[in-house]
Design a protein around this ligand. Structure first.
Ligand SMILES: Nc1ncnc2c1ncn2[C@@H]1O[C@H](COP(=O)(O)OP(=O)(O)OP(=O)(O)O)[C@@H](O)[C@H]1O
Length: 556
């Protein structure tokens, strides 16, 4: 009972999320209005057809106005259908644009330690946002039209033959029952298929990014097998969904055809006066033709709704995953207040860092004072928490105990010192573009002279000399063609370019030979002047430039 309640609540939560996510203003309503106009044009078509048949014995001239009405209504129907599809598509495009923007924003501001690989996030932004397309473009207008259009058709039919209208209304109940049953049964299969699709595309995107590592570890076969299993799973789910779709559309077509057949039999027998029971009406040829031509239109809007039902299932499944990504968004940081001092220091008071889901603290009860303008080197064995301490300042690691003062402000008030810090991490971010684009990340308005100075100071000169286009040489997002040391130099050049009171460096001289290290140490010493600096390092030579050396790990 509880599980059922939970499932129901989850379904409601999914629908609420979807409703809020796709609220698109006027487009859906316009698309619905066009579908309703299509039903009115269908009445015109049926009237024209019936009139033409009745006028046939009186000659072509008498028939002509009715034939023209039927042709015009037919043409207008095509136009309405096209415009409705276009409006729906436009509404879906707008809704996807807004949602994609929100999901990218949430993915970029994930709470510290949030789950989800970049592959699954990418698949969410592309595939899962796309899954709401059919919901907005087809399902929503079809659902709104399905509530009104049959009533319009029913009223027009009742005008010509109340009994035929009664037959249509009576067959509605099993039709709706079949629709609900078929849709409900297909829902779970469709959800499972969509989850399998999301899993496969996330897996594929992740493995593609890690292709060099997969090849280096000769794991091609194992990874190909994992992808194969995910693809098989998707194929199995897809077959099940197709099976359900065939079954459900078969049931729907059966009821729709049955109702039209009943109206046809009634109209025919009534015309011939052969009905075995009394009815309160005697149909004319025109009335009989009119109700017959209109009967399929009664179910048309509901058929359209049934065809779009799977779009809704796909959208609801996607909504579940998209809402989870949005829920994992870190609470919006208040606007960063300005620092009250020009060159503040940093004080760590009994700081503990424990990552979410970890039993052990990465760093426990660390107290440390970095006076304004001083250099502190953090040394210690691998895993002792040097990077974590720097990440804490940047809002990338959680403060689980103690407090951090930035000048006379609390780190909590600032959220992160990122806006005031020049930072070069262990795995520098490289974007696809030129080397210049990568440097300008730190300061988009840097002048060519300032860039040249940072390039020289970071020792990037030899790298640029090797490249035909120098600083405008293209590099890919993985830093293809750059050595680890060169990537670090790019990160360091960025840190040098940014005029910030704090300088945070995480192993800036790793991977360098002794001569290059000595060069870079001179550059770093120069860059530290006038900034409060924290350097995590394993290098004794680099640590020697610090005013204070703090050993983390075993010394505590
Ligand atoms: N995002 C994270 N989630 C969970 N644990 C983490 C995370 N980042 C780091 N850790 C753990 O925190 C501890 C400290 O890691 P950290 O990277 O700060 O050490 P480090 O001293 O900088 O190491 P190295 O010298 O090798 O760079 C390690 O045990 C590490 O496994």
């Amino acid at each position: 009972m509880n599980a059922i309640a939970t499932n129901k609540e989850m379904a409601q939560a999914r629908r609420r999320y979807l409703k809020a996510a796709v609220a698109d203003g006027g487009r859906t309503r316009q698309s619905t209005a066009l579908l309703l106009l299509d039903s009115i044009a269908a009445i015109g078509f049926a009237g024209g057809l019936a009139g033409a048949v009745v006028a046939l014995p009186s000659g072509v001239a008498a028939m002509l106005p009715y034939a023209a009405l039927a042709a015009l209504s037919g043409g207008v129907r095509g136009l309405f259908a096209m415009l409705s599809a276009r409006m729906g598509a436009e509404g879906a495009h707008q809704a996807k644009l807004r949602l994609r923007h929100r999901i990218v924003d949430a993915a970029l501001h994930r709470a510290v330690g949030g789950t989800g690989t970049s592959g699954t996030l990418m698949s969410a932004v592309v595939d899962e946002v796309d899954a709401i397309d059919g919901h907005v473009a087809r399902f929503l207008p079809a659902r709104q039209a399905a509530a009104l259009a049959p009533l319009i058709v029913l009223a027009a039919t009742a005008f010509a033959s109340p009994v035929a209208a009664g037959i249509l209304a009576a067959t509605l109940l099993p039709f709706i029952l079949a629709l609900a049953l078929a849709g409900g049964a297909a829902a779970d299969e469709s959800r499972r298929q969509f989850i399998a699709l999301a899993r496969l595309s996330g897996l594929f995107a992740d493995r593609l990014r890690a292709l060099p590592i997969v090849l280096a570890f000769r794991a091609e076969e194992r990874e190909a097998q994992a992808l194969g299993t995910a693809a098989d799973e998707l194929a199995r789910r897809t077959i099940r969904v197709l099976r359900m779709a065939f079954l459900s559309s078969g049931a729907l077509e059966f009821f729709a055809a049955l109702s039209v057949a009943l109206v046809a039999v009634y109209a025919g027998f009534n015309l011939l006066g052969l009905l075995p029971f009394p009815v309160p009406e005697r149909l004319s040829l025109g009335q009989a033709f009119f109700v017959l031509a209109l009967a399929p239109e009664f179910y048309g809007p509901m058929r359209r709704l049934a065809a779009a039902y799977h779009d809704r299932q796909a959208a609801e499944t996607a909504a579940e995953r998209l809402s989870a990504i949005e829920a994992a968004r870190a609470p919006a940081a208040p606007p960063t207040p300005a620092l009250s001092e020009r060159l503040p220091g940093i004080r760590f008071e009994h700081v503990t860092i424990r990552y979410p889901g970890e039993d052990r603290a990465a760093l426990s009860d660390v107290s440390l004072d970095v006076a304004p303008g001083k250099i502190v080197a953090l040394i210690g064995p691998s895993g002792s928490g040097k990077s974590s301490l720097l990440h804490l300042l940047l809002g990338l690691a959680p403060l689980s105990g103690g407090r951090v003062r930035i000048g006379d402000m609390d780190l909590g008030e600032l959220g992160s010192i990122a806006p005031f810090a020049a930072w070069a991490g262990q795995a520098p971010l490289i974007i696809a573009g030129t080397i210049r684009d990568n440097l300008l990340l730190a300061r988009p308005d840097a002048s060519p002279q300032e860039i040249a100075e940072a390039v020289r100071a970071a020792g990037l000169g030899p790298l640029l000399l090797k490249r035909r286009c120098g600083i405008d040489s293209p590099i890919d997002a993985r830093g293809g063609g750059l050595s680890g040391g060169e990537r670090r130099r790019i990160a360091l050049a960025r840190a040098l370019l940014k005029p910030a009171p704090f300088l945070l460096l995480d192993e800036p001289t790793a991977h360098l030979d002794a001569a290059s290290e000595a060069d870079l140490i001179a550059t770093i010493t120069h860059a530290c002047a006038g900034r409060t600096t924290l350097i995590a390092t394993h290098s004794a030579r680099l640590a020697a430039i610090a005013d204070i050396v703090v050993r983390l790990g075993e010394a505590e």
